[in-house]
Design a protein around this ligand. Structure first.
Ligand code: ADP
Length: 358
Protein backbone atom coordinates (compact mmCIF):
# COMPACT_ATOMS: atom_id res chain seq x y z
CA UNK A 1 0.00 0.00 0.00
CA UNK A 2 2.99 2.27 0.44
CA UNK A 3 4.60 4.13 -2.48
CA UNK A 4 3.29 6.93 -4.62
CA UNK A 5 0.62 9.09 -3.09
CA UNK A 6 -1.17 9.28 -6.41
CA UNK A 7 -0.37 7.66 -9.72
CA UNK A 8 -1.52 10.81 -11.46
CA UNK A 9 0.93 13.71 -11.27
CA UNK A 10 -0.09 16.53 -13.59
CA UNK A 11 2.62 17.76 -15.93
CA UNK A 12 2.14 21.53 -16.07
CA UNK A 13 4.07 21.80 -19.37
CA UNK A 14 1.65 19.84 -21.51
CA UNK A 15 -2.06 20.16 -22.25
CA UNK A 16 -3.93 17.50 -20.26
CA UNK A 17 -5.49 14.74 -22.33
CA UNK A 18 -9.06 13.52 -21.81
CA UNK A 19 -7.66 10.52 -19.92
CA UNK A 20 -5.60 12.85 -17.64
CA UNK A 21 -8.78 14.77 -16.92
CA UNK A 22 -10.66 11.56 -16.18
CA UNK A 23 -8.06 10.61 -13.59
CA UNK A 24 -8.06 14.09 -12.09
CA UNK A 25 -11.83 14.05 -11.86
CA UNK A 26 -11.65 10.67 -10.13
CA UNK A 27 -8.96 11.88 -7.68
CA UNK A 28 -10.95 15.04 -6.87
CA UNK A 29 -14.16 13.03 -6.47
CA UNK A 30 -12.42 10.62 -4.04
CA UNK A 31 -11.17 13.60 -2.01
CA UNK A 32 -14.76 14.81 -1.73
CA UNK A 33 -15.69 11.52 -0.04
CA UNK A 34 -15.41 11.71 3.75
CA UNK A 35 -14.14 8.11 4.03
CA UNK A 36 -10.53 7.13 3.41
CA UNK A 37 -10.20 5.34 0.05
CA UNK A 38 -7.15 3.44 -1.24
CA UNK A 39 -6.86 1.63 -4.58
CA UNK A 40 -4.03 -0.88 -5.04
CA UNK A 41 -2.83 -2.73 -8.13
CA UNK A 42 -2.29 -6.51 -8.41
CA UNK A 43 0.99 -6.41 -6.44
CA UNK A 44 -0.44 -4.25 -3.65
CA UNK A 45 1.09 -0.96 -4.78
CA UNK A 46 -1.16 2.04 -4.05
CA UNK A 47 -2.22 3.63 -7.32
CA UNK A 48 -4.78 6.01 -5.84
CA UNK A 49 -5.27 7.32 -2.34
CA UNK A 50 -7.51 10.20 -1.32
CA UNK A 51 -6.59 12.88 1.23
CA UNK A 52 -8.50 11.19 4.07
CA UNK A 53 -6.36 8.04 3.58
CA UNK A 54 -3.11 9.95 4.06
CA UNK A 55 -3.25 9.57 7.83
CA UNK A 56 -2.92 5.79 7.52
CA UNK A 57 0.09 5.87 5.21
CA UNK A 58 3.50 5.51 6.88
CA UNK A 59 1.66 6.38 10.09
CA UNK A 60 2.80 5.87 13.65
CA UNK A 61 1.02 4.70 16.77
CA UNK A 62 -2.74 4.17 16.52
CA UNK A 63 -3.01 5.21 12.86
CA UNK A 64 -0.31 2.67 12.01
CA UNK A 65 -2.53 -0.08 13.48
CA UNK A 66 -5.37 1.07 11.24
CA UNK A 67 -2.97 1.23 8.27
CA UNK A 68 -1.83 -2.37 8.96
CA UNK A 69 -5.42 -3.59 9.27
CA UNK A 70 -6.35 -1.95 5.96
CA UNK A 71 -3.27 -3.41 4.24
CA UNK A 72 -4.29 -6.87 5.45
CA UNK A 73 -7.82 -6.45 4.07
CA UNK A 74 -6.45 -5.17 0.75
CA UNK A 75 -4.15 -8.24 0.50
CA UNK A 76 -7.14 -10.52 1.00
CA UNK A 77 -9.19 -8.51 -1.50
CA UNK A 78 -6.38 -8.79 -4.10
CA UNK A 79 -6.73 -12.55 -3.90
CA UNK A 80 -10.45 -12.29 -4.62
CA UNK A 81 -12.04 -12.04 -1.18
CA UNK A 82 -14.55 -9.36 -0.19
CA UNK A 83 -13.90 -8.58 3.46
CA UNK A 84 -14.58 -6.06 6.22
CA UNK A 85 -13.88 -5.54 9.90
CA UNK A 86 -14.22 -3.05 12.70
CA UNK A 87 -11.15 -1.78 14.49
CA UNK A 88 -11.35 -0.31 17.96
CA UNK A 89 -8.49 1.95 19.05
CA UNK A 90 -8.41 2.67 22.74
CA UNK A 91 -6.59 5.96 22.31
CA UNK A 92 -6.73 8.54 23.64
CA UNK A 93 -8.65 9.56 21.71
CA UNK A 94 -10.68 6.34 21.56
CA UNK A 95 -11.69 5.75 17.93
CA UNK A 96 -13.62 3.11 16.03
CA UNK A 97 -13.04 2.47 12.33
CA UNK A 98 -15.10 0.30 10.03
CA UNK A 99 -13.05 -0.90 7.08
CA UNK A 100 -13.86 -2.89 4.00
CA UNK A 101 -12.03 -4.05 0.88
CA UNK A 102 -13.10 -5.73 -2.32
CA UNK A 103 -11.39 -6.97 -5.46
CA UNK A 104 -11.45 -4.85 -8.63
CA UNK A 105 -12.19 -6.82 -11.80
CA UNK A 106 -11.90 -6.01 -15.50
CA UNK A 107 -12.90 -8.46 -18.26
CA UNK A 108 -13.00 -11.28 -15.72
CA UNK A 109 -9.45 -10.52 -14.52
CA UNK A 110 -8.43 -9.22 -11.10
CA UNK A 111 -6.75 -5.85 -11.56
CA UNK A 112 -6.31 -4.83 -7.92
CA UNK A 113 -8.44 -3.93 -4.94
CA UNK A 114 -10.15 -0.97 -3.30
CA UNK A 115 -10.21 -0.38 0.45
CA UNK A 116 -12.34 2.03 2.44
CA UNK A 117 -12.04 3.21 6.05
CA UNK A 118 -14.94 4.97 7.78
CA UNK A 119 -14.66 6.69 11.15
CA UNK A 120 -17.68 5.35 13.07
CA UNK A 121 -16.60 6.61 16.50
CA UNK A 122 -19.53 9.00 16.93
CA UNK A 123 -22.07 6.53 15.54
CA UNK A 124 -20.91 3.82 17.98
CA UNK A 125 -20.98 6.31 20.88
CA UNK A 126 -24.58 7.27 20.07
CA UNK A 127 -25.56 3.59 19.81
CA UNK A 128 -24.04 2.93 23.25
CA UNK A 129 -25.81 5.93 24.80
CA UNK A 130 -29.11 4.82 23.27
CA UNK A 131 -28.65 1.22 24.44
CA UNK A 132 -27.76 2.32 27.98
CA UNK A 133 -30.74 4.66 28.00
CA UNK A 134 -33.20 1.95 27.00
CA UNK A 135 -31.67 -0.38 29.62
CA UNK A 136 -31.92 2.35 32.28
CA UNK A 137 -35.53 3.24 31.44
CA UNK A 138 -36.56 -0.42 31.50
CA UNK A 139 -34.81 -0.92 34.82
CA UNK A 140 -36.37 2.20 36.36
CA UNK A 141 -39.88 1.25 35.24
CA UNK A 142 -39.51 -2.39 36.21
CA UNK A 143 -39.44 -1.68 39.95
CA UNK A 144 -42.69 0.31 40.25
CA UNK A 145 -44.48 -1.80 37.65
CA UNK A 146 -43.41 -4.99 39.48
CA UNK A 147 -44.64 -3.48 42.75
CA UNK A 148 -47.97 -2.60 41.12
CA UNK A 149 -48.49 -6.21 40.02
CA UNK A 150 -47.71 -7.63 43.47
CA UNK A 151 -49.86 -5.05 45.28
CA UNK A 152 -52.82 -5.56 42.96
CA UNK A 153 -52.58 -9.34 43.32
CA UNK A 154 -52.50 -9.05 47.11
CA UNK A 155 -55.35 -6.55 47.12
CA UNK A 156 -57.55 -9.00 45.23
CA UNK A 157 -57.32 -11.44 48.17
CA UNK A 158 -57.93 -8.96 51.01
CA UNK A 159 -61.33 -8.83 52.67
CA UNK A 160 -60.62 -6.25 55.37
CA UNK A 161 -61.57 -2.82 53.91
CA UNK A 162 -59.01 -0.93 56.08
CA UNK A 163 -56.12 -3.11 54.90
CA UNK A 164 -57.43 -2.93 51.33
CA UNK A 165 -57.37 0.87 51.54
CA UNK A 166 -53.68 0.82 52.56
CA UNK A 167 -52.87 -1.36 49.58
CA UNK A 168 -54.91 0.85 47.25
CA UNK A 169 -52.95 3.87 48.50
CA UNK A 170 -49.66 2.14 47.82
CA UNK A 171 -50.86 1.26 44.34
CA UNK A 172 -51.70 4.93 43.78
CA UNK A 173 -48.20 5.93 45.00
CA UNK A 174 -46.47 3.50 42.63
CA UNK A 175 -48.68 4.64 39.75
CA UNK A 176 -47.74 8.27 40.51
CA UNK A 177 -44.09 7.24 40.43
CA UNK A 178 -44.46 5.62 37.00
CA UNK A 179 -46.31 8.74 35.85
CA UNK A 180 -43.50 11.02 37.12
CA UNK A 181 -40.85 8.99 35.25
CA UNK A 182 -42.89 9.04 32.04
CA UNK A 183 -43.52 12.82 32.39
CA UNK A 184 -39.79 13.49 32.89
CA UNK A 185 -38.91 11.25 29.94
CA UNK A 186 -41.38 13.16 27.75
CA UNK A 187 -39.84 16.45 28.94
CA UNK A 188 -36.34 15.20 28.14
CA UNK A 189 -37.50 13.96 24.74
CA UNK A 190 -39.08 17.27 23.76
CA UNK A 191 -36.00 19.26 24.86
CA UNK A 192 -33.68 16.90 23.00
CA UNK A 193 -35.75 17.12 19.83
CA UNK A 194 -34.79 20.80 19.86
CA UNK A 195 -38.32 22.06 19.48
CA UNK A 196 -37.74 25.35 21.26
CA UNK A 197 -40.43 28.01 21.32
CA UNK A 198 -38.49 31.17 22.11
CA UNK A 199 -39.98 34.42 23.23
CA UNK A 200 -38.68 37.48 25.04
CA UNK A 201 -39.95 37.52 28.59
CA UNK A 202 -39.10 38.95 31.98
CA UNK A 203 -36.62 37.09 34.17
CA UNK A 204 -38.80 37.83 37.21
CA UNK A 205 -41.74 36.19 35.42
CA UNK A 206 -39.70 33.00 34.93
CA UNK A 207 -38.59 32.90 38.57
CA UNK A 208 -42.13 33.40 39.86
CA UNK A 209 -43.62 30.82 37.51
CA UNK A 210 -41.08 28.28 38.84
CA UNK A 211 -41.87 29.30 42.42
CA UNK A 212 -45.60 28.79 41.78
CA UNK A 213 -44.85 25.17 40.87
CA UNK A 214 -43.10 24.38 44.16
CA UNK A 215 -44.77 26.63 46.73
CA UNK A 216 -47.21 23.96 47.90
CA UNK A 217 -44.38 21.44 48.41
CA UNK A 218 -42.23 24.07 50.16
CA UNK A 219 -44.94 25.04 52.61
CA UNK A 220 -45.82 21.39 53.27
CA UNK A 221 -42.18 20.65 54.10
CA UNK A 222 -41.71 23.87 56.12
CA UNK A 223 -39.11 25.54 53.88
CA UNK A 224 -38.75 29.27 53.46
CA UNK A 225 -37.88 30.42 49.95
CA UNK A 226 -36.03 33.74 49.60
CA UNK A 227 -36.31 35.39 46.19
CA UNK A 228 -34.07 37.97 44.52
CA UNK A 229 -34.97 38.41 40.88
CA UNK A 230 -33.85 40.99 38.35
CA UNK A 231 -35.47 43.47 35.96
CA UNK A 232 -33.91 42.04 32.79
CA UNK A 233 -35.77 40.56 29.81
CA UNK A 234 -34.45 37.35 28.26
CA UNK A 235 -35.11 35.43 25.04
CA UNK A 236 -35.71 31.78 25.88
CA UNK A 237 -38.14 28.88 25.81
CA UNK A 238 -40.32 29.82 28.78
CA UNK A 239 -41.63 26.31 29.45
CA UNK A 240 -38.13 24.81 29.44
CA UNK A 241 -36.53 27.41 31.73
CA UNK A 242 -39.44 27.30 34.19
CA UNK A 243 -39.21 23.51 34.23
CA UNK A 244 -35.42 23.66 34.86
CA UNK A 245 -35.78 26.19 37.71
CA UNK A 246 -38.67 24.24 39.24
CA UNK A 247 -36.52 21.07 39.14
CA UNK A 248 -33.68 22.87 40.97
CA UNK A 249 -36.10 24.25 43.58
CA UNK A 250 -37.78 20.88 43.94
CA UNK A 251 -34.39 19.25 44.63
CA UNK A 252 -33.51 21.97 47.14
CA UNK A 253 -36.73 21.12 48.99
CA UNK A 254 -36.23 17.35 48.77
CA UNK A 255 -32.62 17.35 49.89
CA UNK A 256 -32.69 19.83 52.77
CA UNK A 257 -34.20 19.51 56.23
CA UNK A 258 -37.49 21.10 57.11
CA UNK A 259 -37.22 24.67 58.38
CA UNK A 260 -34.06 25.51 56.42
CA UNK A 261 -33.80 28.37 53.95
CA UNK A 262 -33.75 28.03 50.16
CA UNK A 263 -32.91 30.96 47.92
CA UNK A 264 -33.45 31.66 44.24
CA UNK A 265 -31.90 34.65 42.52
CA UNK A 266 -31.24 35.93 39.03
CA UNK A 267 -28.66 38.45 37.88
CA UNK A 268 -27.46 39.72 34.52
CA UNK A 269 -23.89 40.43 33.45
CA UNK A 270 -22.03 40.57 30.11
CA UNK A 271 -24.99 39.40 28.07
CA UNK A 272 -25.82 36.46 30.33
CA UNK A 273 -28.52 35.74 32.89
CA UNK A 274 -27.43 33.56 35.79
CA UNK A 275 -30.12 31.90 37.88
CA UNK A 276 -28.92 30.60 41.21
CA UNK A 277 -30.68 28.16 43.54
CA UNK A 278 -29.10 27.55 46.96
CA UNK A 279 -30.06 25.36 49.88
CA UNK A 280 -28.76 24.45 53.32
CA UNK A 281 -29.33 20.76 52.81
CA UNK A 282 -27.44 17.47 52.78
CA UNK A 283 -25.06 18.58 50.04
CA UNK A 284 -23.42 16.33 47.46
CA UNK A 285 -20.21 14.35 48.03
CA UNK A 286 -17.41 15.57 45.75
CA UNK A 287 -17.05 12.10 44.13
CA UNK A 288 -20.63 12.38 42.80
CA UNK A 289 -20.51 15.95 41.54
CA UNK A 290 -19.43 14.97 38.02
CA UNK A 291 -22.21 12.42 37.65
CA UNK A 292 -25.36 13.98 39.10
CA UNK A 293 -26.40 15.43 35.72
CA UNK A 294 -26.50 11.95 34.14
CA UNK A 295 -29.89 10.41 33.57
CA UNK A 296 -31.04 8.23 36.49
CA UNK A 297 -27.92 8.96 38.55
CA UNK A 298 -28.70 9.39 42.25
CA UNK A 299 -26.31 9.88 45.13
CA UNK A 300 -28.56 8.01 47.50
CA UNK A 301 -31.04 5.76 45.72
CA UNK A 302 -33.05 5.03 48.85
CA UNK A 303 -33.50 8.73 49.66
CA UNK A 304 -34.40 9.58 46.08
CA UNK A 305 -37.03 6.85 46.13
CA UNK A 306 -38.64 8.04 49.35
CA UNK A 307 -38.70 11.62 48.06
CA UNK A 308 -40.33 10.46 44.83
CA UNK A 309 -37.27 11.35 42.71
CA UNK A 310 -37.00 10.04 39.17
CA UNK A 311 -33.26 10.64 38.75
CA UNK A 312 -34.08 12.71 35.65
CA UNK A 313 -34.45 16.22 37.13
CA UNK A 314 -30.87 17.36 36.70
CA UNK A 315 -30.59 15.70 33.27
CA UNK A 316 -33.53 17.91 32.25
CA UNK A 317 -31.78 21.00 33.70
CA UNK A 318 -28.59 20.20 31.81
CA UNK A 319 -30.47 19.62 28.55
CA UNK A 320 -32.35 22.90 28.96
CA UNK A 321 -29.03 24.70 29.56
CA UNK A 322 -27.50 23.15 26.43
CA UNK A 323 -30.53 23.81 24.26
CA UNK A 324 -30.11 27.48 25.23
CA UNK A 325 -26.35 27.44 24.51
CA UNK A 326 -25.78 27.89 28.24
CA UNK A 327 -24.51 25.75 31.08
CA UNK A 328 -25.31 24.53 34.55
CA UNK A 329 -22.79 24.19 37.38
CA UNK A 330 -22.94 23.09 40.97
CA UNK A 331 -21.01 24.03 44.05
CA UNK A 332 -21.62 21.69 46.97
CA UNK A 333 -20.02 19.62 49.66
CA UNK A 334 -21.48 16.92 51.85
CA UNK A 335 -23.47 18.33 54.76
CA UNK A 336 -22.95 21.90 53.61
CA UNK A 337 -25.79 22.63 51.24
CA UNK A 338 -25.68 23.11 47.47
CA UNK A 339 -25.70 25.99 45.02
CA UNK A 340 -26.72 25.39 41.40
CA UNK A 341 -26.17 28.03 38.72
CA UNK A 342 -28.01 27.96 35.40
CA UNK A 343 -26.58 30.41 32.88
CA UNK A 344 -28.15 31.36 29.55
CA UNK A 345 -27.42 34.13 27.02
CA UNK A 346 -29.84 37.06 27.26
CA UNK A 347 -30.25 37.34 23.50
CA UNK A 348 -31.00 33.64 23.15
CA UNK A 349 -28.30 33.09 20.54
CA UNK A 350 -24.90 31.41 20.56
CA UNK A 351 -22.20 33.58 22.06
CA UNK A 352 -18.77 33.70 20.39
CA UNK A 353 -17.38 32.05 23.53
CA UNK A 354 -19.57 28.99 22.99
CA UNK A 355 -18.94 28.94 19.27
CA UNK A 356 -15.29 28.34 20.15
CA UNK A 357 -16.34 25.28 22.14
CA UNK A 358 -16.08 26.82 25.56
P1 ADP B 1 -33.83 12.94 41.67
O1 ADP B 1 -35.13 12.76 41.01
O2 ADP B 1 -33.29 11.68 42.28
O3 ADP B 1 -33.82 14.10 42.61
P2 ADP B 1 -32.07 14.53 39.99
O4 ADP B 1 -31.58 14.26 38.62
O5 ADP B 1 -32.89 15.76 40.19
O6 ADP B 1 -32.83 13.23 40.46
O7 ADP B 1 -30.83 14.62 40.95
C1 ADP B 1 -29.83 13.61 40.89
C2 ADP B 1 -29.24 13.37 42.28
O8 ADP B 1 -28.46 14.52 42.65
C3 ADP B 1 -30.28 13.23 43.36
O9 ADP B 1 -30.71 11.88 43.47
C4 ADP B 1 -29.52 13.69 44.59
O10 ADP B 1 -28.76 12.64 45.10
C5 ADP B 1 -28.56 14.75 44.05
N1 ADP B 1 -29.07 16.14 44.24
C6 ADP B 1 -29.69 16.92 43.34
N2 ADP B 1 -29.97 18.13 43.85
C7 ADP B 1 -29.52 18.12 45.12
C8 ADP B 1 -29.49 19.07 46.19
N3 ADP B 1 -30.01 20.30 46.04
N4 ADP B 1 -28.93 18.70 47.36
C9 ADP B 1 -28.38 17.47 47.52
N5 ADP B 1 -28.38 16.51 46.55
C10 ADP B 1 -28.93 16.84 45.38
Amino acid sequence: MSGRRRAFVPDERRVPTESDLDRRRLAEALDAVGDAVVVVDTVGEAVLRNNAADRFNDARHADALAGDALRELLDRARSGEECSRELQLFGPPAEVFWMTARPLMADGRRIGAVGLVRDVTEARRIETVRRDFVANVSHELKTPVGALAVLAETLANIDDPAVARTFAERIADEATRVGAIVDDLLDLGSIESQVAHRSTISVAGLVHAALDRVLAAASASGHEIVVADCEEMVTCDRRQIVSALANLLDNAIKYSPSGTKISISARSADGWITFEVSDQGVGIPSRDLDRIFERFYRVDRARSRTTGGTGLGLAIVRNVAHSHHGDVTVDSSEGDGSTFQLRIPIAGNVSPLFAEGR
